[in-house]
Design a protein around this ligand. Structure first.
Ligand SMILES: *Cc1c(COP(=O)(O)O)cnc(C)c1O
Length: 396
């Protein structure tokens, strides 16, 4: 009977509201870009998208998507292994392998699926997964779906990682798993050190590059470029939904036997639909653009360095970051909400994060920089931050 659960849900939802944790969605009526239109008709500058390279509405990708629609149609109505693999799916997998310098690649509907389907086909109760405490929800879910023994180490803490590796010594296989960039602070995982420890304790390394691919490293090839350790990370997962165009799609790339096994056994791959041709066609064009020029990465790196320098100079407390994420620390939850509301009045769209998304007493505004931001956009955001910062006594 629906009546009973209905009441139960209404009660839980009102508890979520009372706790101030209810998530409302702001409606956007324009394409995703540096400047967007919201449902009130106002134009605002967007500083909270994962649109790091400004590709979400890039004319080249829109054109490539249209072309693919004409040549390869709209949908596949099939999983990959029945009748859902087109030439372009294979071509995109190859482009991704070339980009990361890996052996082979498998596409998924999203990185959530790539992470959800990676552990269970490879590891059993005899094995060990050693996971960073701040890893993404999709990694946590993937680990849950697998019978391997679980070990957790403190965020980016290599001493603790070594301790966990020692504890996992008796297991058959060991895999260390980390996000490349942690999305709330913007710090990069010390993957160079992890690779050293992996060699010492005979473990594999897997890095989720969702927030680092396209962003980190001189040409945007992620943490393996940043630390100059190409070929030393066994598995990389990533998304086409952030820097790489922002539509949808995920992938796992790495050692070829692993990718081959995932094609045989990974459940989100076997039992979920093939990526639509528009997304695949645009993805191919996107990786071609990445190999033609580093203009977008250069602009993103310049924008990020400029914004962070100016914010620190203005007196804001910015978390150490090596990515395009700039966490403006306010510590107090209510202050973070008031700050974000006032910024929107100034035409700057950002979100204030607080517990449980970040630890208690560590509320913040997360700013995400983009290659799509012009210097004028950045100046406008800085002016707004300074004005609101003074009004709310955050800076002098
Ligand atoms: C966004 C994100 C995901 C999920 O990616 P989707 O392709 O949107 O499913 C997975 N891992 C990390 C670290 C992410 O930031």
């Amino acid at each position: 009977m629906y009546g009973k659960i209905k009441e139960h849900l209404q009660k839980e939802i009102s508890e979520i509201r009372e706790a101030g944790l209810y998530k409302d969605e702001r409606i956007i009526t324009s394409p995703q870009d540096a400047e967007i239109t919201i449902s009130t008709g106002e134009k605002v500058l967007n500083f909270c998208a994962n649109n790091y390279l400004g590709l979400s509405n890039h004319p080249e990708l829109v054109k490539a998507a249209r072309d693919a629609l004409d040549t390869h149609g709209f949908g596949m109505s099939s999983v990959r292994f029945i009748c859902g693999t087109q030439d372009i799916h294979k071509a995109l997998e190859k482009k991704i392998s070339e980009f990361f310098g890996t052996e082979d690649t498998i596409l998924y509907a999203a990185c959530f699926d790539a992470n959800g389907g990676i552990f269970e086909p490879l590891l059993t109760a005899e094995d060990a997964i050693i996971s960073d405490s701040l890893n993404h929800a999709s990694i946590i879910d993937g680990v849950r779906l697998c019978k391997a023994q679980r070990y957790r180490y403190k965020n980016a803490d290599m001493q603790d990682l070594e301790e966990q590796l020692k504890q996992a010594r008796e297991q058959r296989f060991r895999i260390i798993v980390t996000d490349g960039v942690f999305s709330m602070d913007g710090n990069v995982a010390p993957v160079d050190k992890m690779v050293e420890l992996a060699e010492k304790y005979d473990a594999m390394v897997m890095v989720d590059e969702c927030h680092s691919a396209g962003v980190v490293g001189k040409t945007g090839r992620g943490v393996t470029e940043l630390f100059d350790i190409r070929g030393k990370v066994d598995l990389i997962t990533g998304t086409l939904g952030k820097a790489f165009g922002g539509a949808i799609g995920g992938f796992t790339t790495g050692k070829k036997e692993i990718i081959e096994m995932l094609r045989q056994r990974s459940r989100p791959y076997l039992f979920s639909n093939s990526l639509p041709p528009v997304v695949v066609g645009a993805g191919i064009r996107m990786f071609d653009m990445m190999s033609e020029t580093t203009e977008l990465q250069d602009r993103l790196h310049e924008n990020t360095a400029f914004f962070i320098r100016e914010m620190r100079e203005a007196g804001f407390d910015i978390k150490p970051t090596e990515s395009a994420i700039c966490a403006v620390m306010l510590y107090d939850a209510k202050l973070s909400q008031d700050f974000a509301t006032k910024l929107l009045e100034q035409g700057i769209y950002v979100i204030g994060f607080y517990y449980p998304v970040v630890p208690k007493g560590e509320a913040r505004i997360r700013v995400q920089l983009s290659a799509a931001h012009s210097r004028a956009h950045l100046e406008k955001a800085l002016q707004a931050f300074k004005k609101v910062g003074r009004e709310l006594d955050v800076i002098r």
